[in-house]
Design a protein around this ligand. Structure first.
Ligand code: PNS
Length: 163
C-alpha cells in the first residue's frame, strides 16, 4: 500500500495544483494533501488554513483516495506519523527547481526512507502560481480557468469587494 503526501501552502489552490493532485492520485493508493500553515510566507497567507483546506477538499471531492488535512510541523515528521513513504510535488518551470531540489535534499537527509517524487506540470499550468492568481484577482482581472470555480468566487469575495 503506497501512501503519499502532497504538501503545499495552497493559498489558494490553482488548477495546476489540482492537475498534479489528480495525476498523483492515479499513481498512489492513497494521497494525503497536507496544507501548511505557512504563517510567514509572502507576508502571510490571504486565506486561513481552514479556508485553504476547505477549498482543496471541495476541489478534490471526486477523488476517492484523496484526503486533505492541515499541518504545522516538519513534513518528514508528518510523513512518519501518517505512515507515508513518499512526498509528491509538482514541478513547473526551471524557477521551481532550486527550491524544490533543496527541500528534497534536506528531507532526504532527515529521513532516508521518505522519497520525494515530482510530477511535471503540463504546459498550460507551467507559469501558473497562487501569487500570480492573487495579483490578477486583486486588480480585478479574471482568473477563470486558472482556479476552480469556487476558489474564483472566494477570491472575488476577498479581494474585489468594494471595487
Ligand atoms: O506551496 P509551497 O509554499 O511551495 O509549500 C512549501 C512546503 C509547505 C511544502 C514547505 O515549506 C514545507 O515542507 N514546510 C514544512 C516544514 C518543513 O518540513 N520544512 C523543511 C523542508 S526543507
Amino acid at each position: 500500500m503506497k501512501r503519499a503526501l502532497c504538501p503545499g501552502t495552497f493559498d489558494p489552490m490553482t488548477n495546476g495544483h489540482l492537475d498534479v493532485i489528480e495525476r498523483a492520485a492515479a499513481v498512489f493508493d492513497e494521497l494525503v494533501v497536507v496544507v501548511a500553515l505557512s504563517p510567514d510566507k509572502g507576508g502571510g497567507p490571504l486565506f486561513t488554513v481552514d479556508e485553504r483546506v476547505e477549498m482543496v477538499r471541495d476541489a478534490t471531492s471526486h477523488l476517492a483516495n484523496v484526503t486533505v488535512r492541515p499541518f504545522d510541523s516538519l513534513l518528514v515528521d508528518l510523513a512518519r506519523q501518517l505512515e507515508a513513504t513518499i512526498i509528491v510535488k509538482g514541478l513547473r518551470a526551471v524557477t521551481d527547481f532550486e527550491r524544490e531540489f533543496q527541500m528534497a535534499q534536506l528531507n532526504y537527509r532527515i529521513d532516508h526512507e521518505i522519497e520525494t517524487m515530482f510530477i511535471v506540470s503540463i504546459p498550460d499550468y507551467m507559469y501558473l502560481s497562487s501569487s500570480a492568481v492573487k495579483e490578477i484577482a486583486g486588480y480585478g482581472g479574471s482568473v477563470e480557468g486558472l482556479v476552480p470555480e469556487h476558489v474564483n468566487e472566494r477570491l472575488v469575495e476577498r479581494l474585489c469587494k468594494g471595487r
